[in-house]
Design a protein around this ligand. Sequence first.
Ligand code: SF4
Ligand code: SF4
Length: 139
Amino acid sequence: MPFLDPKYQKAAEIRVKRRPKQLAVINQGGCTGCQVCIDFCPVDCIELVPGPDPDNPSVHKLVEVDLPRCIGCTLCAKYCPWETIEMFSFEDAYEIAPEWTLEAVVEKQWEREPVQEEEVKPRRRDRAKRAAKAKAEKE
Ligand code: SF4
Ligand code: SF4
């Protein structure tokens, strides 16, 4: 059950008239799905979403902020035990949020991985091959 503090009620009501200066964005690459942030959000705008494996969506569920409802109070960023929530300006948050989904984070890590087959260990080589194959299929 989310922690609803009446002192934030007014802020939630005027949300439609005024833009918050900042919004919370969750870096899903560091999210453990512990749900602590959900309990602290005064406007209940952090949602539980399926995990990254489409075959097992209930495994490692993650969270994301519904940006149009966020009032920028910073409580989630303050209390996330894994420090994986950051506050951004209104405009930047909408730009950064899609890049910080687990899918996007993993893809970026793969892109940065140097593909030097003779030097890498077999497991990492397989991973690099899979990343290269996935990239080629996309193009
Ligand atoms: S508190 Fe942090 S680690 Fe826990 S679910 Fe929220 S964002 Fe993820
Ligand atoms: S900053 Fe975090 S706790 Fe506050 S409204 Fe936005 S998502 Fe909820």
